[in-house]
Ligand binder design. Sequence first.
Ligand SMILES: [Zn+2]
Length: 213
Amino acid sequence: MFGFEEKEELYKEISEVASDALGYFEENIGPYPFGQLDIILDELGMEYPGIVTASSIYGSGPVNPDALKNMVIHELSHQWFYGVISNDPFNDAWLDEGLASFSTSLYLFSSENQEVPYDSMDKQLEQLESIPVNLPLDKYDENMSSYTYGKSGTMLWKLFEQRGGIKEAEKFLKTYYNYYQYKEIDTKEFVRFTKHYFNLEDESFFKEWLTLE
Ligand SMILES: [Zn+2]
């Protein structure tokens, strides 16, 4: 891990969290594909194969230490969702951003022994419009991330609300990884897979948040 400020204590904490999250993702999703992982702090949050950068988001300065830890975990989870399972980042951005948001919260709930906060997720969904999460990026205005990152991650959790919660979410991601590692996925294929995985009768669950044409 590389940092450019005099923040040894924070850097140590972040490298411990990152190492723990890496172990969790390897155990519950699939193997990390490289022999090394570099984390560079003091940069815009971004994922690259084998490298993640974190510190700030577009249009803001450096984030606070807790948000920085979450950002590192988010960028780290892209090693699986973007790095190993690929998708079109313009037309189907939700597939790596939503899965990264989802797996970041999965790690946090699991490592902190926390219940999944479905009630506050419902409240969060009420604040949003019925805009799908899988539009091409130029179809959103400045609230794009509320949909491609936020609503998509939350709707993924809704899948598990009546279907086994955290444990089932881990199993789902592992199966998903096994099927799609080193392949490219799109919305249609995600829906096909998930519908089959849960034996859903139709696509009504997805129609609330994805456009399926
Ligand atoms: Zn991301």
